[in-house]
Design a binder for this molecule. Structure first.
Ligand SMILES: *[C@@H]1O[C@H](CO)[C@@H](O)[C@H](O)[C@H]1NC(C)=O
Ligand SMILES: *[C@@H]1O[C@H](CO)[C@@H](O)[C@H](O)[C@H]1NC(C)=O
Length: 223
Protein backbone atom coordinates (compact mmCIF):
# COMPACT_ATOMS: atom_id res chain seq x y z
CA UNK A 1 0.00 0.00 0.00
CA UNK A 2 2.82 2.42 0.92
CA UNK A 3 4.45 1.88 -2.50
CA UNK A 4 1.19 2.64 -4.22
CA UNK A 5 0.71 6.18 -2.99
CA UNK A 6 2.79 8.07 -5.60
CA UNK A 7 1.15 6.08 -8.37
CA UNK A 8 -2.23 6.78 -6.86
CA UNK A 9 -1.78 10.54 -6.83
CA UNK A 10 -0.30 10.74 -10.32
CA UNK A 11 -3.00 8.52 -11.73
CA UNK A 12 -5.71 10.53 -10.01
CA UNK A 13 -4.14 13.67 -11.47
CA UNK A 14 -4.03 12.16 -14.97
CA UNK A 15 -7.58 11.00 -14.64
CA UNK A 16 -8.82 14.41 -13.53
CA UNK A 17 -7.00 16.02 -16.45
CA UNK A 18 -8.60 13.57 -18.80
CA UNK A 19 -12.05 14.37 -17.51
CA UNK A 20 -11.33 18.07 -17.99
CA UNK A 21 -10.08 17.39 -21.50
CA UNK A 22 -12.98 15.37 -22.70
CA UNK A 23 -15.66 17.58 -21.18
CA UNK A 24 -15.57 20.26 -23.93
CA UNK A 25 -16.15 17.63 -26.63
CA UNK A 26 -19.22 16.14 -25.05
CA UNK A 27 -22.58 17.77 -25.20
CA UNK A 28 -23.74 15.93 -22.17
CA UNK A 29 -21.70 16.73 -19.13
CA UNK A 30 -22.83 19.23 -16.51
CA UNK A 31 -23.33 22.81 -17.73
CA UNK A 32 -20.33 25.15 -17.85
CA UNK A 33 -19.44 27.31 -14.85
CA UNK A 34 -19.80 31.09 -15.27
CA UNK A 35 -17.19 31.95 -12.62
CA UNK A 36 -13.92 30.56 -11.21
CA UNK A 37 -15.71 28.38 -8.71
CA UNK A 38 -18.91 28.02 -6.74
CA UNK A 39 -18.17 25.99 -3.64
CA UNK A 40 -21.50 24.39 -2.78
CA UNK A 41 -23.44 25.63 0.18
CA UNK A 42 -25.09 22.32 0.93
CA UNK A 43 -27.28 24.03 3.50
CA UNK A 44 -28.67 26.48 0.97
CA UNK A 45 -32.45 26.65 0.82
CA UNK A 46 -32.68 27.97 -2.75
CA UNK A 47 -33.85 25.28 -5.16
CA UNK A 48 -31.68 25.51 -8.28
CA UNK A 49 -30.07 23.16 -10.78
CA UNK A 50 -27.03 22.29 -8.61
CA UNK A 51 -26.20 24.02 -5.33
CA UNK A 52 -25.90 27.72 -4.51
CA UNK A 53 -22.39 29.10 -3.88
CA UNK A 54 -20.89 29.63 -0.47
CA UNK A 55 -20.11 33.36 -0.02
CA UNK A 56 -16.57 33.98 -1.40
CA UNK A 57 -15.54 35.49 1.93
CA UNK A 58 -16.20 32.10 3.53
CA UNK A 59 -14.34 30.02 0.93
CA UNK A 60 -11.17 28.37 2.29
CA UNK A 61 -8.36 26.41 0.63
CA UNK A 62 -9.74 23.33 2.36
CA UNK A 63 -12.88 23.61 0.21
CA UNK A 64 -10.78 22.46 -2.78
CA UNK A 65 -9.28 19.36 -1.17
CA UNK A 66 -10.85 16.07 -0.17
CA UNK A 67 -9.35 13.24 1.85
CA UNK A 68 -12.30 10.86 1.61
CA UNK A 69 -10.32 8.34 -0.46
CA UNK A 70 -7.53 7.82 2.06
CA UNK A 71 -9.53 5.17 3.91
CA UNK A 72 -10.57 1.77 2.66
CA UNK A 73 -14.36 1.34 2.44
CA UNK A 74 -16.06 -1.30 4.57
CA UNK A 75 -16.82 -4.24 2.27
CA UNK A 76 -18.45 -6.41 4.99
CA UNK A 77 -21.82 -6.49 3.28
CA UNK A 78 -23.79 -8.86 1.06
CA UNK A 79 -22.11 -7.84 -2.19
CA UNK A 80 -18.57 -7.41 -0.84
CA UNK A 81 -17.91 -3.92 -2.17
CA UNK A 82 -18.02 -0.34 -0.91
CA UNK A 83 -18.27 2.91 -2.84
CA UNK A 84 -16.82 6.08 -1.31
CA UNK A 85 -18.22 9.05 -3.22
CA UNK A 86 -16.29 12.19 -3.98
CA UNK A 87 -19.29 13.90 -5.55
CA UNK A 88 -20.58 17.38 -4.69
CA UNK A 89 -22.39 16.10 -1.60
CA UNK A 90 -19.11 14.91 -0.08
CA UNK A 91 -16.81 17.41 -1.80
CA UNK A 92 -18.69 20.72 -2.23
CA UNK A 93 -15.70 22.24 -4.11
CA UNK A 94 -16.67 20.38 -7.31
CA UNK A 95 -20.02 22.21 -7.53
CA UNK A 96 -20.59 23.52 -11.11
CA UNK A 97 -17.27 22.05 -12.34
CA UNK A 98 -18.75 18.99 -14.06
CA UNK A 99 -16.41 16.46 -12.45
CA UNK A 100 -16.30 14.07 -9.52
CA UNK A 101 -14.64 10.82 -8.51
CA UNK A 102 -15.32 7.69 -6.47
CA UNK A 103 -13.20 5.13 -4.70
CA UNK A 104 -14.51 1.57 -4.85
CA UNK A 105 -13.15 -1.20 -2.63
CA UNK A 106 -13.84 -4.88 -3.21
CA UNK A 107 -13.40 -7.89 -0.96
CA UNK A 108 -12.25 -11.03 -2.81
CA UNK A 109 -15.17 -12.02 -5.04
CA UNK A 110 -16.94 -8.74 -4.27
CA UNK A 111 -19.16 -7.12 -6.89
CA UNK A 112 -20.28 -3.56 -7.47
CA UNK A 113 -23.73 -4.66 -8.69
CA UNK A 114 -25.12 -3.67 -12.10
CA UNK A 115 -26.00 0.02 -12.03
CA UNK A 116 -26.47 3.10 -14.20
CA UNK A 117 -25.23 6.69 -13.90
CA UNK A 118 -27.94 8.74 -15.59
CA UNK A 119 -25.90 11.97 -15.73
CA UNK A 120 -22.32 10.93 -16.55
CA UNK A 121 -19.90 8.80 -18.48
CA UNK A 122 -17.42 7.08 -16.19
CA UNK A 123 -13.74 6.30 -16.47
CA UNK A 124 -11.85 4.24 -13.96
CA UNK A 125 -8.39 2.92 -13.28
CA UNK A 126 -7.49 -0.18 -11.31
CA UNK A 127 -5.31 0.72 -8.33
CA UNK A 128 -5.14 -2.75 -6.80
CA UNK A 129 -6.15 -6.29 -7.73
CA UNK A 130 -7.80 -7.79 -10.75
CA UNK A 131 -11.22 -6.56 -11.74
CA UNK A 132 -13.75 -7.74 -14.31
CA UNK A 133 -15.44 -4.66 -15.76
CA UNK A 134 -18.50 -5.05 -17.97
CA UNK A 135 -21.27 -2.99 -19.49
CA UNK A 136 -24.31 -3.75 -21.61
CA UNK A 137 -25.39 -1.63 -24.56
CA UNK A 138 -29.00 -0.67 -25.22
CA UNK A 139 -28.98 -3.51 -27.76
CA UNK A 140 -27.94 -5.97 -25.03
CA UNK A 141 -24.42 -6.43 -26.32
CA UNK A 142 -22.13 -7.21 -23.39
CA UNK A 143 -18.61 -5.71 -23.44
CA UNK A 144 -16.14 -6.78 -20.77
CA UNK A 145 -12.51 -7.21 -19.83
CA UNK A 146 -10.43 -8.26 -16.84
CA UNK A 147 -8.14 -5.36 -15.84
CA UNK A 148 -5.07 -5.12 -13.63
CA UNK A 149 -3.17 -2.31 -11.90
CA UNK A 150 -2.94 0.86 -13.97
CA UNK A 151 -5.37 -0.32 -16.62
CA UNK A 152 -8.35 1.80 -17.40
CA UNK A 153 -11.92 1.54 -18.63
CA UNK A 154 -14.71 3.79 -19.82
CA UNK A 155 -18.44 3.30 -19.39
CA UNK A 156 -20.55 5.37 -21.78
CA UNK A 157 -23.15 7.52 -20.07
CA UNK A 158 -26.34 5.83 -18.97
CA UNK A 159 -25.34 2.23 -19.78
CA UNK A 160 -25.76 -0.56 -17.22
CA UNK A 161 -22.39 -1.74 -15.89
CA UNK A 162 -20.67 -3.52 -13.00
CA UNK A 163 -17.25 -4.43 -11.66
CA UNK A 164 -16.26 -7.63 -9.90
CA UNK A 165 -13.09 -8.55 -8.05
CA UNK A 166 -11.82 -11.67 -9.80
CA UNK A 167 -8.33 -11.68 -8.24
CA UNK A 168 -7.14 -13.48 -5.15
CA UNK A 169 -6.85 -10.51 -2.77
CA UNK A 170 -8.66 -7.21 -2.30
CA UNK A 171 -9.20 -4.82 -5.18
CA UNK A 172 -9.56 -1.05 -5.43
CA UNK A 173 -10.64 1.17 -8.30
CA UNK A 174 -10.69 4.95 -8.65
CA UNK A 175 -13.40 6.23 -10.98
CA UNK A 176 -14.10 9.65 -12.49
CA UNK A 177 -17.26 11.21 -13.89
CA UNK A 178 -18.10 14.19 -16.07
CA UNK A 179 -20.72 15.30 -13.59
CA UNK A 180 -20.55 16.73 -10.09
CA UNK A 181 -23.34 14.32 -9.13
CA UNK A 182 -23.61 11.46 -11.65
CA UNK A 183 -26.51 9.77 -9.83
CA UNK A 184 -26.69 6.00 -9.44
CA UNK A 185 -29.56 3.65 -10.17
CA UNK A 186 -28.55 0.30 -8.69
CA UNK A 187 -30.66 -2.09 -10.77
CA UNK A 188 -31.37 -4.77 -8.12
CA UNK A 189 -32.29 -2.10 -5.57
CA UNK A 190 -34.47 -0.18 -8.03
CA UNK A 191 -36.42 -3.36 -8.80
CA UNK A 192 -36.42 -5.18 -5.48
CA UNK A 193 -35.86 -2.60 -2.76
CA UNK A 194 -37.66 0.58 -3.81
CA UNK A 195 -39.64 2.60 -1.31
CA UNK A 196 -42.55 2.00 -1.53
CA UNK A 197 -42.03 -1.39 -3.20
CA UNK A 198 -43.06 -2.08 -6.80
CA UNK A 199 -46.31 -4.05 -7.03
CA UNK A 200 -45.34 -7.72 -6.79
CA UNK A 201 -47.42 -8.58 -9.87
CA UNK A 202 -45.21 -6.28 -11.92
CA UNK A 203 -42.17 -8.30 -10.86
CA UNK A 204 -43.75 -11.78 -11.18
CA UNK A 205 -45.02 -10.93 -14.66
CA UNK A 206 -41.76 -9.26 -15.72
CA UNK A 207 -39.56 -12.15 -14.63
CA UNK A 208 -42.26 -14.77 -15.26
CA UNK A 209 -41.67 -16.50 -11.95
CA UNK A 210 -43.65 -17.27 -8.78
CA UNK A 211 -44.06 -14.75 -6.00
CA UNK A 212 -41.84 -16.88 -3.73
CA UNK A 213 -38.83 -16.33 -5.97
CA UNK A 214 -39.40 -12.57 -5.98
CA UNK A 215 -39.74 -12.53 -2.19
CA UNK A 216 -36.58 -14.58 -1.90
CA UNK A 217 -34.64 -12.03 -3.94
CA UNK A 218 -36.20 -9.14 -2.01
CA UNK A 219 -35.10 -10.63 1.28
CA UNK A 220 -31.46 -10.16 0.22
CA UNK A 221 -31.85 -6.41 -0.22
CA UNK A 222 -32.99 -5.22 3.16
CA UNK A 223 -30.93 -2.22 4.22
C1 LIG B 1 -24.06 23.52 7.08
O1 LIG B 1 -24.56 23.43 8.38
C2 LIG B 1 -23.75 22.66 9.25
C3 LIG B 1 -24.49 22.54 10.57
O2 LIG B 1 -25.15 23.71 10.92
C4 LIG B 1 -22.39 23.33 9.40
O3 LIG B 1 -21.56 22.57 10.24
C5 LIG B 1 -21.74 23.43 8.03
O4 LIG B 1 -20.52 24.11 8.11
C6 LIG B 1 -22.67 24.15 7.06
N1 LIG B 1 -22.10 24.06 5.73
C7 LIG B 1 -21.94 25.12 4.95
C8 LIG B 1 -21.33 24.86 3.61
O5 LIG B 1 -22.26 26.24 5.28
C1 LIG C 1 -18.04 -3.00 8.70
O1 LIG C 1 -19.43 -3.21 8.55
C2 LIG C 1 -19.90 -4.28 9.34
C3 LIG C 1 -21.35 -4.53 8.95
O2 LIG C 1 -22.11 -3.35 9.00
C4 LIG C 1 -19.73 -3.96 10.81
O3 LIG C 1 -20.18 -5.01 11.61
C5 LIG C 1 -18.24 -3.71 11.08
O4 LIG C 1 -18.06 -3.28 12.40
C6 LIG C 1 -17.70 -2.66 10.14
N1 LIG C 1 -16.25 -2.59 10.27
C7 LIG C 1 -15.61 -1.45 10.48
C8 LIG C 1 -14.13 -1.55 10.57
O5 LIG C 1 -16.18 -0.38 10.56
Amino acid sequence: MAVMIPYTSSLIYLLSLMVLLFSPFGCCSDSDPLQDFCVADLNGTLSINGFPCKPISKVRSSDFFFDGFTKEGNTSNGVGSAVTSGNVLAFPGVNTLGISMNRVDYAPGGVNPPHIHPRASETGVIMQGEVLVGFITTENVYHSKVLKFGEMFVIPRGLAHFQMNVGKGKAMVITAFNSQLPGTTILPLALFASNPPLPIKVLTRTFQVEEKIINDIKSKFIF
